[in-house]
Each structure stands twice: as C-alpha cells, then as structure tokens.
Design a protein around this ligand. Sequence first.
Ligand code: 3NM
Length: 514
Amino acid sequence: MNRNDFDLSVYLVTDSGMVPDGLTFLGQVEAAIRGGVTCVQLREKDIETKDFIDRAKAVKELTDAANIPLIIDDRLDVALAVGANLHIGQDDMDASIARELLGEDKILGVSVSTVEETKKAIDDGADYVGIGLCFSTNTKVTKKIPKGPRGAQPLLRAIYEKGSDMKTCLIGGINQSNVSRVRYQSGIPQKRLDGVAVVSAIMAQNDAFKAAKDLVTGWNSTPQWCTVIGGKRPEISGLLNHPLIHHITNNVVKNFSANVTLAIGASPIMSECIEEFDELAAIAGGLVLNSGEISQDNVPLYTSALQAYNKHNKPIVYDPVGCSASTFRSNFTQMILVEGYLTVIKGNQDEILTAAGAILGTSGGVDSVSRLGMVELLDIAKKFALSTRSIVVVTGEKDLVVDGVFEGQTDLVDCHIGQQKFQFISGGSPMMTQVTGTGCSLGSVICAFVAAYRDHPFEATVSACSLYKKAGTVAGKLATFKGPGTFQYLFLDALNQYSSGVDTEDADIESGQS
Ligand code: 3NM
C-alpha cells in the first residue's frame, strides 16, 4: 500500500461493542469491505495486547486481500507487530515521535479539531487528519461541539495555505442520509474533503454490506436538493403551479404569512406536529423555517423538520429571526446550520452577520453592523453563501441576494468554476416596518418561488424579492395619506395582482457577478 496514494473516501472505524446480536465482528468488517469501504481502522479500547494483535492479523488478511490499508488506532506496538499503519489522537503519543518510530513507508493519521492541531499534524508528517466533530454522536464520549460539514473549511484552508497535500476526512454522526451533504458542504474552492470516517453507520447495522455500499453511493452523488442546472436562466413571471408551503414560524406572523402565501397563489400549512413532517415533506413544495419563537424544548421540532425536508429534497428557507439578540438565539442558529442544508438563508444585516460570524471569525457585534458599507456586506454575504452553499438574502432598504455556488457549477466537486452571482433589489415602503409580519412573510414568497422553479433557486429568489419590493412600493404609494392598516391590505392586493406576472424589469435591480 502506497503511503501517498490511498483512498480515504469511505473509511470504516471499527467498534466491536456495537455489532448486532447474531453477527460477528469479522463478518461485519468483511461485509463492509465487500460493500466498498476504502480504509479500515481497528479501534479497540478494552482489549488485551495479545487479543488485539490476533484481531489485527485477522483483519489485515481481509484488507490485504482487498488491497486497502489497515490502520491501527492508538497502539504503535500493535501496528508494528502486524506491519499496519497508525492513527493517533491528541492525547496519544506525539505524532512526530510516532512518525519516527513507524518509519517512512506507513500511513500516519491524526485526529484534529482545530487549525493549530492541523498545522502541527502537517509538520509532524501525518498523511491525513480525521476532523471531528461533524455531527453529534453516541459512539464516543466527547466534549467537542458538532460543527457540521462546514467545520472542515478553516482546516482545509490551513492545509491549502501551507501548500500541503495532506488528506482529510470528517468524523462524527455521518451516515447514509447525510454523507453526500457532508461532501458537498465541506469543501472550499481550493481544496475538498477526501472522505468520511464512520463507526455506527456500518458496525451497528444488520446489513453491513448494504450500509457500506450506500455510503459509497452517497459519497459519489450530488445531493439532488442542491443540484444547480446550468444553461439558460428562466424568465420567471409568477407562479406556474401552486406549491404547498409548510411553515414553522412564530405566532405573531402566522396569519399574515398565510395570507401572503395565498395572495401569491400558493397554499400555506402551519404544522408543528413532528409525526406528520415526513408525509408533509413528501407532498409540500418547501418549508419556511422561522426561528422567531424558539426554546430548548423545541429543538427536536426544528431538527425533525430539517431532516424531513432534506430527505425529500425539498427546499428550506431559513429565517434566523433576531439571532443577534441573545446567545441562545445565536447558538440555535448555528445548530440549524449544522443540522441541515438550507436552500435559502434570509435575514436582515444583524441576523446574517451573526449567523455568518462564527465561521468568518468576526465578532459580528450589533454595533459593527450599522457601520458596514455595501461592499463589506457583499463580501461577507458572498463568503457566507459559499461556505453554506446556500442562497443568502440580506434584507434592507436594498435587498441583497447572493448565490451559494458559482455559475455553471453542475457537481459537488468543481466548486470553483464560473462566477458567484448576486443582485441588489430596491423598492418597498417605510410602512412595511409598521406591519408585523412583512419581514417574515418574504420567506413564504421566496419559498413558493423556489419550490416552483426548483432548478433555478437563485433566479426564483430574486424574482420573489422583486415581487415583494414592487408590491411594497405600490402599496406604500397608494397608502400615502392613510396608515399601516390600509397599507396592509393594499400590500396583499398588490402581491396578488403582480404575482401572476411579476415583471422583474419593473423592479430596480442591479445585478453583478464576481
Ligand atoms: N472520533 P459514529 S468522533 C471515533 O471527534 C470517533 O475525533 C471522533 O462514531 C472524533 O460514526 C468518533 O458512530 C465516533 O458517529 C464516530
């Protein structure tokens, strides 16, 4: 096995404690190898040295036959005894010593979770790093906070900037349902993830062969919900169908958002019943997820909805309402970003900067927001959109819509082709700020348009924002000598009138690509 040329893409890490009754440890490993895993790590925490070596020899026969590497966790003595490779954690032997003792021809892997640990692993001569924690896991007791697929990005950047070709895999809670998302959402334009490491998604399964095969298939597929079809941009003039839009939103705006949804020709449903999410996701056009009214108790409500809509490849429009207001709200937003793929993230400047703050390494304080110019805002929104692969909408006097992929991107690996699209959209009325729900209900319109034009989510989002601004402008003018009450019904009327034929030429749009 060549140290410089091994395939890390679907990396099985063993745990003999979770093999289902009636099945054997070696049987699980053998089935996983048949299913296509590309590396095996033997990880045994409570086993005598002699038994460890015997087990390592038996597994090595299987990995040798398949011509894939066997990597021993932690125990250099066992690795040397059987002529295998080595993986070490931060609490194990120093990687530079391990490299010296292991020799130059064996693969050395290191567990990392920070940029500093990653840089040290390069200097110490590691061939790959296992980056944790991606999602929460029951397999290992750890204090690490799940950072989602995007958690790999600063580490990938550090490896790229050091000019190293060290490989990377993510670990923690990765399974058949999220593996393609992990691959798609983890990379940076200059460097992408080389693989995923899994324990329970194979070892605890009754059919380890199928489990491994499905992981390999998932790793090699672009998630349907984020496929961006190239080619001609559509002329979007209103909704051609009548998508059902599922809302999980706050009580203050439910009625208005439902009316807005109806006004544009879509159908609203307000459900917070987890038991029906899977069925709803199967028939709905998309989900509006608004975190205006959150609590620790309803975390499962949000995560279940994310899973259901991601599973059914339906768009999710996320509104991190007021996430700059408290630590709980800000953390809640980060949890949402970890747990699911979001087609669109929509918020005002404070909200978007707070949501983006963690990954950009800025404090994202509210004070700094008011001082931001358009150029800086655009830069932050573009980086945030690329890191999440979501379309980012920053609402304000001018709405800003930024695409999360580069134009022309058709698969999950060539994320550096073309240019990143963005548009500014002007219009609206100051009276919009006097009617509760006008901010949140833009999410309903975006979701309906994205649901109706599934292959062109960026253009659909721009059209939705244009329609909204235009309706606001018209209603504002007509309500000049009246007040917010009059504005509210005129706004619904205008949305209704223009939704059947929104002419984006009428809205004040400045587009750009860079
Ligand atoms: N290392 P599962 S997380 C072995 O963060 C291990 O370094 C981790 O198990 C790290 O795939 C982990 O069942 C367990 O979630 C991963």
